[in-house]
Design a protein around this ligand. Structure first.
Ligand SMILES: C[S@@+](CC[C@H](N)C(=O)[O-])C[C@H]1O[C@@H](n2cnc3c(N)ncnc32)[C@H](O)[C@@H]1O
Length: 450
């Protein structure tokens, strides 16, 4: 096999990450983006490794049964979605298979059960948060979109099909207002220019919205007038905030927020629980399906109402608040101070008194919690990198009866399940599709002490 060689490949599977996978005549697996199981394709080999290779789709010779026409006009350029060319029912099936494959290959676990994925009513227009990189177009106007697959080139588009419609309306109006002035856009190569990102959050159940200008520096002369105009034009907008990020980094937010107009949070609901969510705090991007995920966690927790629980990586305390009436006490551990503050305020807002919010790192705080209290269940909802070694070691030592491990990265979850399998049985795994049209999937695993 050679780089640049054109090969005819039958696609048999979908890899976690969204690439279709076929086999070459020499037995290597070939990963080809934008292909679907069942497709017969012509692909150009772009990278070769010992046991696998990567290819670029050149032509679809025969469409597989799962293939559909992607509804978004910029889908094949934009890197935001990976699975719009596959029917949603097949997408759910493939995501379940991805989790099964990762648990058996990386987790090295044999007998386990993965349920059919839980999903929502809307597989489009579901996202409650968008982070738009900006660019100057050929007409010298500021435009926004998403990064092209595998690059930092912006694909301009203002009607993203997976965003909530209010987000797209705010984006269009904001660009119009910005373009009334001469405002510079940040260039990451030269680290110059002012406007880096627009971040828009909406409350799907409240129709409230928050707009954040992420800027490289604090001086933004036109911000007051722009914010004033936007609040007049968009009644749903509850606040316009400036976030200052002067670092050379891919991380979107900087540390400092300045409220330009209105307030710095929106209200959202998951079933009966009210959440105030501020600029940087984590909140699940699919509010309605997050409600289904939290119901599943409640089912895993059981009905006793007497358990003492740790909600590790608690964000704004969303899971802890949701479970509060089913627990004796909950320790919620989170490192981001604004999220902890949101959590404490949200507990007051909902009249909840049995959650202790702890600001700190999970790997450092767990030890002192388990020394002072007997924990019945621990819930983990870590970022994509999963659990650290110190936490795994502690779990093996303290022997908590039940672990509910929520993950947005089933590959690192599978790695952690492998580390825990000497002490815990994997009872079942519930995929929850919080991210339709993308390769991402939430995976909720129930583990019980052996
Ligand atoms: C996937 S989010 C989960 C949030 C929450 N459980 C929810 O459902 O909204 C992960 C959270 O972990 C926090 N975090 C990341 N690393 C951490 C650490 N080492 N210790 C504590 N919190 C951490 C992040 O700030 C983020 O809020």
């Amino acid at each position: 096999m050679e780089i640049g060689e054109i090969k005819t490949i039958k696609i048999s599977d979908l890899a976690y990450g969204g690439d279709g996978v076929g086999k070459s005549s020499d037995g290597r697996a070939i990963f080809i983006p934008l292909t679907a199981p069942g497709d017969l394709v012509k692909a150009k080999i772009t990278k070769i490794k010992k046991s696998y290779a990567f290819g670029e789709l050149i032509e679809i010779l025969k469409k597989g049964e799962a293939r559909i026409d992607a509804p978004c006009p910029v889908y094949y350029d934009c890197g935001g979605c990976q699975l719009q060319h596959i029917s949603y029912s097949k997408e759910l099936e493939l995501k379940k298979e991805n989790i099964e494959e990762l648990i058996s290959r990386i987790g090295e676990i044999k007998d386990f059960k993965v349920n059919e994925a839980i999903f929502g009513v809307d597989d489009f227009r579901y996202r409650n948060k968008a982070q738009f990189p900006l660019e100057v177009d050929k007409e010298n106007k500021i435009t926004a979109g998403f990064y092209k697959r595998g690059s930092h080139e912006v694909v301009p588009y203002h009607d993203c099909l997976i965003q909530h419609p209010l987000i797209n309306r705010i984006l269009k109006t904001t660009l119009k207002e910005l373009n009334k002035f001469k405002i510079s856009v940040y260039d990451e190569k030269s680290h110059s220019g002012l406007l880096r990102h627009l971040v828009i959050r909406v409350g799907v159940c409240t129709n409230q919205a928050l707009l954040v200008f992420v800027t490289n520096g604090s001086y933004f002369a036109e911000k007051e007038i722009i914010a004033e105009n936007l609040l007049k034009k968009i009644p749903e907008l509850k606040g316009v905030v400036q976030n200052i990020n002067q670092k050379r980094t891919n991380v979107i937010f900087g540390e400092e927020n300045k409220v330009i107009r209105g307030r710095s949070y929106i209200r959202e609901y998951i079933n009966k629980i009210a959440y105030n969510i501020s600029v940087r705090s984590f909140f699940q991007v699919n509010t309605l399906v997050a409600g289904k995920l939290y119901e599943q966690i409640k089912t895993y927790l059981g009905q006793s109402g007497k358990d003492t629980i740790i909600d590790a990586f608690s964000g704004t305390g969303s899971i802890a608040l949701y479970l509060a009436d089913k627990a004796k006490k909950i320790y919620a551990v989170e490192s981001l101070s604004s999220a902890v503050k949101d959590g404490r305020e949200n507990a007051v807002l909902n009249g909840i008194k049995n959650i202790e919010f702890i600001e700190g790192l999970v790997e450092e705080e767990l030890d002192s919690i388990v020394k002072k209290d007997i924990i019945d269940t621990i819930i983990f909802d870590p970022p994509r990198k999963g659990l650290d070694k110190k936490t795994i070691k502690l779990l093996k030592k303290v022997k908590i009866k039940k672990i509910i491990y929520i993950s947005c990265n089933p590959a690192t979850q599978a790695r952690d399940l492998k580390s825990l399998k000497s002490h815990y049985n994997l009872i079942e795994v519930q995929p929850v599709d919080l991210f339709p049209q993308t390769y991402h999937i939430e995976s909720a695993a129930l583990l019980k002490l052996k």
